[in-house]
Design a protein around this ligand. Structure first.
Ligand SMILES: Cc1cc2nc3c(=O)[nH]c(=O)nc-3n(C[C@H](O)[C@H](O)[C@H](O)COP(=O)(O)OP(=O)(O)OC[C@H]3O[C@@H](n4cnc5c(N)ncnc54)[C@H](O)[C@@H]3O)c2cc1C
Length: 287
């Protein structure tokens, strides 16, 4: 059994920031990370995807920001910033060490990990909300390939391939635009009317306004800017693509079929491939 002044579970951005704060208070942290990399969700997202938040807000507690072009950083740029922060601070990170259970014994936390038992008076759980891709369970079977946006590589799309993207949030918007750029055809399945921003922020002249909009806490936006989803959709191109007939918009997916799917309103849609842009769920079932 090992003792530590502070144990942090998770080497994503929250865990690393907590380690920094703990050390500032004089507690040397041990970080447990179930995988073999730091960066948490950022290490698994498509590297070229751009953040919703403006670059200047995505910084580490020592003030470091990502470097690169554009107002919104790419996932790869954010990950580089996080990795540099972890390396510079030389935190003790136990890789491939997954916390399995926590109990309290004589006023100390006992953390069972896949490698050891740790005791500490201070424990921070920083295991994230966006850890596991969420794919809804729907009846039926599709004969073609399916994948979640976390692993979807648009470079594998061939010209004129017909791809269904399920979900019209920001991940879905990213996937749709990447497929169109590859010359593929897109069918976009959505439960809600498209939740675009009131103004098309993709225009360069409106970039400062986009930064302001994306930087506002969503709850401050009157009626969430007309959005019916949790986060404002920052891709005006999506609406334009639908209006221009480049994107075929269909209703919610009801059941899978061998050659595609049937929407909940009974429309049959044939496609070559299905990409789930249906979000994420929490990892920590043991808490
Ligand atoms: C598609 C997508 C787009 C996003 N866009 C933005 C954006 O534009 N701007 C923004 O600010 N945020 C964005 N986010 C959110 C951002 O990624 C998360 O808020 C951030 O990564 C949360 O950091 P975290 O450290 O709390 O959790 P995570 O990054 O999820 O890190 C948790 C870590 O804990 C580890 N872990 C989990 N369970 C255990 C265990 N039992 N034992 C040991 N380790 C464990 C995991 O392996 C992981 O490394 C986005 C997220 C997604 C999925």
């Amino acid at each position: 059994m090992g003792d530590a002044e502070l144990v942090i579970v998770g080497a994503g951005p929250a865990g690393l920031c907590a380690a920094w704060e703990g050390r500032k208070r004089g507690w040397e942290p041990i970080i447990l990370e179930r995988r073999s990399v730091v960066g948490g969700a950022w290490a698994e997202m498509p590297p070229k995807m751009r953040c919703l938040s403006p670059r200047k807000y995505d910084r580490m507690p020592d003030g470091s920001v990502s470097s690169g072009d554009g107002n919104r950083a790419t996932v790869a740029e954010i990950l580089t910033m996080i990795e540099a922060f972890a390396a510079k601070n030389q935190f003790r990170i136990c890789m491939e060490s997954s916390a399995q259970a926590v109990s309290v014994q004589n006023g100390m936390f006992e953390i069972e990990t896949t490698r050891q038992l740790l005791r500490t008076p201070r424990l921070i759980i920083a295991t994230g909300e966006y850890s596991r891709p969420r794919v809804p369970s729907v009846p039926g079977d599709f004969d073609g390939p399916t994948e979640h946006t976390r692993t979807f590589d648009p470079n594998t799309v061939t010209a004129s391939e017909r791809v269904a993207v399920i979900g019209a949030g920001n991940s879905g918007a990213e996937a749709v635009l990447a497929i169109l750029a590859r010359g593929g055809q897109v069918v976009l399945s959505t439960r809600y009317p498209l939740a675009g921003p009131p103004i098309d922020f993709s225009e360069t002249v409106l970039a400062p306004l986009a930064a302001w909009y994306a930087g506002l806490p969503v709850r401050w936006l009157p009626g969430r800017g007309g959005c019916q989803v949790k986060t404002p959709l920052v891709y005006g191109e999506l609406k334009r693509g639908v209006q221009a007939g480049q994107i075929e918009l269909v209703g919610a997916l009801g059941e899978l079929q061998a050659r595609g799917f049937r929407t909940s309103s009974g429309q049959d849609v044939d496609v070559d491939r299905i990409v789930w842009a249906t979000g994420y769920r929490r990892e920590t079932t043991w808490l």
